[in-house]
Structures are given as C-alpha cells and as structure tokens.
Design a protein around this ligand. Structure first.
Ligand code: NAD
Ligand code: UGA
Length: 476
C-alpha cells in the first residue's frame, strides 16, 4: 500500500527551501507544508505582509506566497513541533565549502546537514521519509541514515519505535527562473531504496510533473548526478569564456562563434553566453566537492581536470579588472568607476560568489572609488561582500585618494564624473540606458566595459564613448 503524505516539514527557508515548498504548496493544496529555519530574521521576512520584503527576490514568488501562505504553507522557527508532525521532511540547508579542518577549501561542510539529521532523529515520530534536497557529496545518505538509526530506542520493549527512509531528491532550479524551473522541470530525480517511499515522493511531483519526467535511480547515482550536472554547466561557461578571451586577441567575435557551434545539435545553443565568470553559491563549491571526492578515491587526474575549471574561472574574473586598469592609462587611483550590476546573474538579489565581488575588490585595491548600482541587491549585502563600509556619497569627492564605494539607484549619480562604467550583470533595464545622458555625465575620455555583451554598440560609440565588449576582437 502506498504511503500517503499529509504533512511536510522543510528544514531551511533559503533560495531552495522557500521557492520549492511554495510550488509544492500551490500544486498540492491537500498537503500541509511547514518551512522551518533557525534564522529568525529570515522567517520574519517570509511572513512579512509586504511581499516586497520577502528574504529572496525571485520573479513570480510573491504571487505564490500570496496564494498559499496561511492556507497550506507556513514559515516558522518552531522546528521541534513541525518535525514531529511531519510524515515527510526535506533537508534543504546550506552546504558551503569547508573553511577549516580536513578537506578545507574543497569538501562540503556538512555541519548543517548533520545538525538537521540530529533534529529529525530527536523529534520525529512514527514513520518519516527524509528527503535530501541540499546538494550533497556521494554517500551522505549513509551518514544521515546512521544518525537516524542511532536514535532508535535502545531499551528493549520500548514502544513507539521510529522508522525512517532516506531519499535523495536534488534540486536543479536556477535562481532568477526558479518558479518556472520548479513548475516545469526538465526532470525530477529521486534516488533511494525503499519503493514505497519513492512512490510517495513521486506522487507529490506527479500532481504537476508528467510521470516520464520523474526518474528513479539508486541513491548514489542521484547524489552524483547533481554534482555532475553543475560541473558540466560550469565547465561549459568556462569553455566559452576561454574562447571569448581568444576572440578578443584574434579579431573573432564570441557571439558568432557561439552561434556557429551552438547550431550543432550535439553541442546545443544554451549556456554559451560569455561573461565575467560564473558566480552563484553552487558551481564553485560543487566542482570543488568533485575535486575532493576524486582525490579521496585516488583519481588524481580526474581531480586536476575539474580543478582547472575553477582556476580558469578565477582567472577570467581577474582579467576583467586588469583590462580596466590597462585601458585607463595604467592607473585608476582616485578615479571614479561605475559598477552596473552586483548580483551573480539577473533576476536575483543573490550575490554569492558573484564575479562583481572579486572585480570590485581588485579595483578598490588599485585605489579606485566605486559607485555601485544594482536593481535588487541591498547595499548592506555589498558591504558584507566587500568587507568595507559604504562611504557617504556627500563625502565621496572630499578625499579621492582613498579607495571607497557608495551605492546608488539614481543613474545620473552613478555616471556623474565617472571615468569608466563596467556592466557586470545582465539586468534587462541596462539595455534601455540613455547613452546621451550618460555621455554628458561622464568624464572624458570615458570607457564603457560591457562584460555581458548586452549593450547596443552603435548607441554607445555614437555618443563618443569608448567601448570594450567581452569576447569581441573589434576596437571601438
Ligand atoms: P541558503 O543558505 O539560502 O538557505 C539555507 C537555510 O538553511 C538558511 O536560511 C539557514 O539558516 C538554514 N539552516 C541551516 N541549518 C539549519 C538547521 N539546523 N535548522 C533549520 N534551518 C537551518 O541555501 P540555498 O541556496 O537554499 O541552498 C540550500 C542547498 O540547496 C545547498 O545544498 C545548495 O547547494 C542546494 N541548491 C541550491 C540552489 C540555489 O539556486 N541556491 C539550487 C539547487 C540546489
Ligand atoms: C545553477 C544551475 O543552472 C542549476 O541547475 C542548479 O540547480 C544551481 O546552479 C545550483 O545547484 O545552485 P544558478 O547558479 O542559480 O543555477 O544560475 P545559472 O543560470 O546556472 O548561472 C550561474 C552562473 O553562470 C551565473 O553567474 C551566470 O551569469 C553564469 N552564466 C550562465 C554565464 O556566464 N553564461 C551563460 O551562458 C549562463
């Protein structure tokens, strides 16, 4: 008899937990869903009556929250009670790269996953299906199982034995398109051993995802497929960016090369946009995780291959700042540089591993004064990322020999007296910038660096501005 799920608890109300549970809540009104987190501030913002105050920005998310919150979707810090009432628990907590100890700099830090498993072990009752939603190294399910098994009452005869099944169900959503990715996934992957538990989870997805898109694998294949998918995607961006650099030196144009190779159906046309380097919380950490796993299993050539992807991406980020300095007569000390876009990609307020962080740090190191613009990122986040407090705009010009930055959403202020403007995130609104106004505001000779290849070349050069465009060997 198949297991019926009436009550879900999701541990972790982040970029994955929040959107994923919202989409399940929308499609499964018969299931009560409680998303819990230890971060009180985050939960407060998930419960905010002002939908502009949700802790993450994701197109379409506000509509879902409005529809489901208070109906069958709740956000809470009451972890104990919600775990105890659940018959299915998603673990959707952060798994960053370990900072110290064994595997530092490569392996995933599983302390939040382990803490979640211990909470489940302690508070769960009856039969509970535990679903790994976080991206995890291969064999993590074994650790989770061991922690859960250890919670069984050891005294013989004690009743209310707990029963657990562990499934792997990695998430493939991309930020900025998360709701659509969840609503219409290319596939849903479920790895596990217990057929009834697998069917119970499949039945949930099958409320809106066709059966043929729900794949069942063994648990280790499922865990490894997630790391592999991210590694392949990241490697593809690195490949195109490496060819982009070659285009700049040879007079070729990366857009033309991407189009030409993308028409080969074996290669495909997606994910071939050159950029200042991939960012986001996962690509780097997941590849480093593969590097660690390969080393652990003695596959040193494999680990070197994947390590080179991370190294190439780092190089690509730094080469952008070097190019800026070179084109501005070898020095940017005391010069004002406008940064357009701080998020790691458009349509998100997430800045984790954003190329903008290393590029801005390089420019600050060279003594520049930065004015940073982003439609969704908040200045306090930039402050944390740069490790440097924001300077008051009024004091900005008083002592220009000190590197500093300030934030502005006013385009006139962003470009005023600026020597260069660097476009780092592909926000749609940047395509509509008034170049006549920009040209009047900037100090000449003024440079535009289009590191996303999103701007209209003609409009910019017609206004007497110099232009550098990523992956383009033409001189403007
Ligand atoms: P996040 O940092 O945005 O959210 C994780 C949340 O878990 C945080 O709010 C944190 O407070 C909470 N948490 C940690 N330990 C907890 C505990 N013991 N009890 C309750 N709450 C706890 O992370 P995220 O971006 O949502 O990523 C989560 C996982 O999903 C990671 O493994 C990541 O690799 C994976 N993933 C992320 C994305 C993405 O686009 N961000 C996509 C696919 C997979
Ligand atoms: C990525 C994957 O696409 C998701 O499938 C996965 O679930 C997720 O990681 C995860 O595990 O966290 P995400 O990082 O949100 O999603 O966003 P992407 O669209 O993949 O972009 C990642 C980075 O690559 C961004 O900095 C983006 O600007 C860059 N990129 C993307 C390019 O430089 N060129 C491209 O053609 C595409």
């Amino acid at each position: 008899m198949s297991l019926q799920v009436h009550n879900i608890c999701c541990i972790g109300a982040g970029y994955v937990g929040g959107p994923t549970m919202s989409v399940i809540a929308k499609n499964c009104p018969h299931i009560q869903i409680n998303v819990v987190d230890i971060n009180e501030e985050r939960i407060k913002r998930w419960n905010s009556p002002d939908l502009n105050d949700l802790p993450i920005y994701e197109p379409g998310l506000d509509k879902l929250i409005k529809q489901c919150r208070g109906r069958n979707l709740n956000f809470s810090t009451n972890i104990e009670e919600n775990i105890s009432n659940a018959d299915m628990i998603f673990i959707s907590v952060n798994t960053p790269t370990k900072k110290k100890g064994v595997g530092a700099g490569e392996a995933s830090d599983l302390k939040w996953v382990e803490a979640s498993a211990r909470q489940v072990a302690k508070f769960a009752s009856g039969h509970t299906i535990v679903v790994e939603k976080s991206t995890l190294p291969v064999k993590t399910a074994e650790v989770i199982k061991e922690i859960l098994e250890a919670s069984q009452p050891s005294i013989k005869g004690k009743s209310e034995a707990k029963k657990f099944d562990v499934l792997s169900n990695p998430e493939f959503l991309a930020e900025g398109s998360a709701i659509n990715d969840l609503q219409e996934p290319d596939r849903v992957l479920i790895g596990g051993e217990n057929e009834d538990a697998i069917i119970a989870l499949s039945n949930i997805y099958n409320q809106w995802v066709p059966k043929e898109k729900i794949l069942h694998t063994n648990i280790w294949s499922s865990e490894l497929s997630k790391l592999t998918a991210n590694a392949f995607l990241a490697q593809r961006i690195c490949s195109i960016n490496s060819i982009g650099a070659l285009c700049e030196s040879t007079g070729a144009d990366i857009r033309e090369v991407s189009r030409a190779i993308g028409l080969d159906s074996r290669i495909g046309s997606k994910f071939l946009n050159s950029s200042p380097g991939f960012g986001g919380s996962c690509f780097k950490k997941d590849i480093l995780n593969l590097v660690y796993l390969s080393k652990y299993y003695g596959l040193h050539e494999v680990s070197k291959f994947w390590e080179s992807v991370v190294n190439l991406n780092d190089w690509n980020q730094h080469r952008i700042s070097k190019l800026v300095v070179k084109n501005l007569f070898g020095t940017i000390n005391g010069k004002k540089i406008s940064i357009l876009g701080f998020a790691f990609k458009s349509n998100t307020n997430d800045t984790r591993e954003s190329a903008a962080i290393s590029i801005c740090k390089d420019l600050l190191e060279e003594g520049a004064t930065l004015c940073i613009h982003d439609p969704k990122v908040e200045p306090n986040q930039i402050e944390k990322d740069l490790g440097l407090p924001q300077r008051c705009p009024n004091d900005f010009y008083k002592n220009s020999s000190e590197s500093s930055w300030f934030f502005s959403r006013n385009y006139e202020e962003v470009f005023e007296n600026s020597d260069a403007a660097i476009f780092l995130t592909e926000w749609e609104e940047y395509k509509n910038i008034n170049w006549e106004m920009v040209s009047k505001q900037m100090r000449k000779p003024a440079w535009i660096f289009d590191a996303r290849s999103i701007l209209n070349t003609e409009d910019i050069i017609n206004e007497g501005l110099y232009l550098w465009r990523i992956g383009d060997g033409t001189q403007y």
